[in-house]
Design a protein around this ligand. Structure first.
Ligand SMILES: [Zn+2]
Length: 219
């Protein structure tokens, strides 16, 4: 038996009716309930893995016992999820469901960090209208390049910590691209830190296309 299986047997069998791991696992389902611990200090109650940030709940249908585990364990041990009609899902669909729930948690945590940084800045700099920016990003889902350049500068000056990658930058409109092309070099550098790999590739493409016409991406 692998280490994973040994540890899972030790956690699971006392809480199950069956006496082998394979049979016991079939008694358990993923309940669809999940939790953000807000720090990577959780432990998987199935395999003992540490430093988990997110917990997913599994339940034994017969004994009503429940455990908080990592998303990887639900997939590794093929614990069945339940769809909206209460039907058991196969391993592939359960994996998709767990991944979707995990992505939702990661995204919520990202939005929370953005909101926290804006509110902190608002408290330190009374002229900064945090609520206005929160309303904007709530509505649009992303900031304009000029907004990000200004917010990062202000966060930096006020000593508020932030992760550039948490901030979504809108590059959909010509005006967004225009902002990037004309902003000051220091501001441009700050915004670049927030762009996704796909957005950077897009800028490379725009730059290459402009070069064909003898134009420069930025002066
Ligand atoms: Zn685990």
């Amino acid at each position: 038996m692998s280490n994973w299986a040994e540890r899972a047997s030790a956690s699971l069998l006392p809480l199950s009716r069956a006496s082998t791991l394979g049979a016991a696992l079939k008694e358990w389902t993923y309940t669809g309930r999940f939790f953000d611990l807000e720090a990577a200090d959780g432990t998987c109650e199935l395999c003992g893995q540490q430093e988990l940030r997110y917990h997913f709940e599994i339940e034994n249908d017969g004994t009503s016992a429940s455990l908080l585990v990592g998303s990887e364990c639900i997939k590794r041990f093929e614990i069945a999820g339940i769809d909206e009609q209460g039907r058991r899902l196969d391993a592939r669909d359960t994996g998709k469901l767990v991944d979707r729930h995990r992505r939702g948690l990661v995204e919520d945590a990202r939005k929370q960090r953005v909101m926290t940084a804006l509110l902190k800045l608002g408290r330190k700099a009374p002229d900064f209208d945090a609520q206005n920016f929160i309303a904007f990003v709530d509505d649009k889902g992303a900031f304009t390049p000029n907004q990000v350049a200004m917010i990062f500068w202000r966060l930096g000056s006020a000593g508020v910590e932030y992760r550039p990658a948490d901030w979504k930058v809108r590059l959909r409109r010509d005006s967004d691209i225009g902002q990037l092309r004309t902003m000051k070099p220091a501001a441009f550098k700050r915004v670049m830190a927030a762009l996704t790999a796909a957005q950077r590739r897009r800028i490379d493409e725009i730059e290459a296309r402009l070069a064909q016409y003898g134009q420069r991406w930025r002066e």
